[in-house]
Design a protein around this ligand. Sequence first.
Ligand code: ZN
Length: 345
Amino acid sequence: MRPNNELKLHFVNVNHGDCTIIEFPDFGSPAVHFGVVDFGAKLGADRALPRDYMQALIDVRRDTDPTLDYVIDFVCVSHPHDDHYGGLNRFLAAFADPQNRQNNKISRYWDCGFWTTASRYNQALATIRDNVNITFTRVSSGAEYEFGEARVTVLAPSIDLRNRYDTYGINRNNASVVLRIKFRNSYAIIAGDAQFASWGKTTEEFPRQRRIEFFSDALGFAAREDTSDQLKCNVLRVSHHGSKHGTSLEYLERVDPDHVVIPAGSQPWYTQNIPEWVGYFPHRLTDTIFDVLVDPNNRHVTGARGNIIFKYNGGWTPRQISYVTERADSANFTAALAAQWDQTA
Ligand SMILES: [Zn+2]
């Protein structure tokens, strides 16, 4: 087995869509822990990519020990759009087993609770419902989960927004689950496709604050964060694929990321005019805001770079950023992923 003492974030290149796999630092038993947010892709030919990436990652961790056990502590679908759940059923077929607890590798399932008639998504919900080994939760802002030393905080959807889903025309993107992941002084935000109505709630519910040190409980929950702003993070998985409808100046100033990752495909769908991003996604992209706030060298688009891996050892800046250009369904992908394994722990 290859041990892991880092928080590793895998932004999987699923073409038009979104998938993030989180590799937690080892803890407990089994010592290999993962979380997955979203299961693009929009196009049928790409829908096996989340499953194939996950399997390759497990194989890399197993190395010479094929019996090594692992757990996927949570899977989360940010919102029911097919560029976020298109590969979900294939993933569940591989890693969720309703008949055999030993073969069932998924502990929790989170979604935003937005009602949909989409048959493929409802098929997935039925699969979860029928699997007694998976705890199903419709998460909303403020929920916190501990996975070893890592903490996952749900920033959105606000319960206030959730209670208006069917009455005030809340846009489905604004229902997106937004997660903040913390490991010591490493911070990341996975933003789904949240838009302005959601960010308005998040900036209100997670106010800027100075560091306050006071009593903490055994889990350290009461101790304030290491940053002066609860929304500040080192890497932001940009909302809504870089669309100008997903990023407001107000929230981006709060989040203030050093790096942004834009999950977007590589063929043009609609008209774009941003030279460095031409052809990357169906939305008009937010250019001015990122031009001002984020170094061009720190903008990472999956369609241009391939699979992107951020490795954090608990410090603010990533220890390493790697790219794997092979598709996850290609024959040599596991070897390509293993070649990025440079940590001897
Ligand atoms: Zn999307």
